[in-house]
Ligand binder design. Structure first.
Ligand code: AMP
Length: 285
């Protein structure tokens, strides 16, 4: 652990915002003792007794990073930190930053690395004060620069890269609904997409809200066809290289979703060598 702290300190000269991130992330990151996965073609061996994992979820908009990351966070007892949620919290507050962020998000573009790292640092700081350790990051890093900064400050144990065909992604984004009261995500799309290039067909049943949420459903302002298509373009340009960054480190686990949540969740647990029925884990789900 001392070596990790020394590494943070020595890299803290790079820039002001990196310093901020480093200071804030320090205790969260240093509390993890999970073993980094280095081999080229690895079988993820996760010690389920040590749940202070430091994982990253990558994948195109609409692939389901939030759904799976949040379920795993409950199972493993670590916070699920979605930078998209941090951005949305910020833009719902009034102020000059909110106006600037609304414009960026509604154009399907990325917020600057500086702003995103500052938001993430604040979130880590709040978590640190509450005694959180470990994390599952969702939506960060989204550029190679963000990945390099993260790499400078801490060891990521595993990067899960979720995959779905583009047609499914678009339908999922357009069908996404959020309950404005409880914050839960639903999806009204009934997806049946024919597999292409040897890939199997994909079917996903809608994930409908319970009666108490029906009248409170809202749609994200950036889930329109035009903005989703720009977000996908930005993903391929800026975020896909992050997959290579982690692939080269032997940390990337590709996971092609076989269908909706009922089919995909058990398969994902299997791929991660996680057992949902283990004592504390089953209680948490
Ligand atoms: P998401 O909920 O992950 O789709 O994020 C919503 C929006 O927030 C994105 O389209 C970006 O404008 C912004 N955003 C979220 N995470 C990042 C990030 N790591 N870097 C830059 N912009 C981000």
């Amino acid at each position: 652990m001392a070596a990790v702290i020394r590494a943070f300190r020595s890299s803290s000269s790079s820039s002001t915002f990196t310093n901020y991130f480093i200071r804030r992330s320090l205790s969260t990151a240093a509390s993890s003792s999970a073993t980094p996965l280095k081999s080229e073609s690895f079988t993820p061996l996760i010690d389920t007794k040590d749940k202070n994992v430091q994982w990253v979820f990558l994948g195109c908009p609409g692939v389901g990073k939030g759904t799976f990351a949040s379920r795993l966070s409950v199972l493993l007892g670590v916070p699920h930190i979605a930078t998209g949620d941090l951005v949305r919290e910020e833009l719902s507050a009034s102020g000059p930053l909110s106006k600037q962020l609304t414009e960026i998000v509604n154009q399907g573009k990325l917020v600057s690395d500086e702003i995103i790292i500052s938001l993430l640092s604040k979130r880590l700081e709040t978590g640190e004060a509450k005694g959180e350790s470990g994390f599952i990051l969702d939506g960060f890093p989204r550029t190679v620069r963000q990945a390099e900064i993260l790499d400078d400050v801490t060891d990521i144990d595993l990067v899960v890269n979720l995959k779905l065909p583009e047609k499914v992604l678009v339908e999922k984004c357009l069908g996404r609904r959020i309950c404005s009261q409880c914050g839960k995500n639903f999806n009204v799309a009934n997806i049946n997409v024919k597999g292409e290039n040897g890939n199997p067909d994909i079917s996903m049943d809608p994930l409908l809200p319970p009666p108490q949420c029906v009248s409170k459903l809202i749609t994200r302002s950036d889930d329109t066809e035009a903005i989703v298509s720009e977000r996908l373009r930005v993903y391929y340009e800026k975020s896909q290289p992050v997959e290579d960054f982690y692939r080269n480190q032997g940390k990337l686990m590709e996971f092609k979703l076989p269908g909706g949540l009922p089919e995909s969740w058990p398969k994902l647990l299997e791929a991660l060598n996680l057992d949902e029925n283990e004592d504390k884990q089953s209680a948490a789900v």
